[in-house]
Design a protein around this ligand. Structure first.
Ligand SMILES: [Fe+2]
Ligand SMILES: [Fe+2]
Length: 176
């Protein structure tokens, strides 16, 4: 297995780990009766799962071995409704660093196809860091008054940016 494929298999685990973390956050909000925040993170969890399966499809297309890794247990309890979003933003920043590191390996190995494949993920990370920062500001501001203001905001804006984008790489077995 090439160094790139090895690292990409590792990233499959990171994306599934991100997905599990978002499921844990969604379930926490659901238990707190904050259904809009819960719905937002259930959806994010599916997106991260799709990212993992896009990487799996790439490995299949490239004729490389697929070795699905185990994932670390997510954080499941939080002190207040702001904490999960702060954790989510930190996670998105970490994933950005991971994808950037993958792009560096692809460049070092002079693998132009891999470099090109990663462009979509880099663009996606910029978008996810930006939207998670915005959500963090929203939740922080709402929490100072009443967290239900964040629920109202999400209810008004839900569904604006969901679904699989047309330019997204193919996901193994099909995107959910
Ligand atoms: Fe992701
Ligand atoms: Fe993400």
């Amino acid at each position: 297995m090439s160094r790139f494929s090895d690292a990409l298999n590792g990233q499959v685990g990171n994306e599934f780990g991100a997905s599990q973390q978002y499921v844990a956050i969604a379930a926490w909000y659901d238990a707190e009766t904050l259904p809009q925040l819960a719905a937002h993170f259930y959806r994010q969890a599916v997106e991260e799962r799709n990212h993992a399966m896009m990487l799996v499809q790439y490995l299949l297309d490239a004729g490389e071995a697929v070795a699905i890794p185990g994932v670390e247990a997510p954080k499941t309890s939080f002190g207040d409704p702001v904490e999960p979003v702060a954790l989510a933003l930190a996670q998105e920043r970490r994933v950005t660093a991971q994808i950037s590191a993958l792009a560096t390996i692809a460049r070092e190995e002079d693998d132009r196809i891999a470099e090109q494949f990663l462009q979509w993920f880099l663009k996606e990370q910029l978008e996810e860091m930006s939207s998670m920062s915005a959500l963090l500001r929203t939740v922080e501001r709402a929490a100072a008054v009443n967290i239900l203001l964040a629920e109202d905001h999400l209810a008004r804006t839900a569904g604006q940016a969901s679904g699989v984008e047309a330019d997204a790489p193919r996901a193994a077995g099909g995107a959910l």
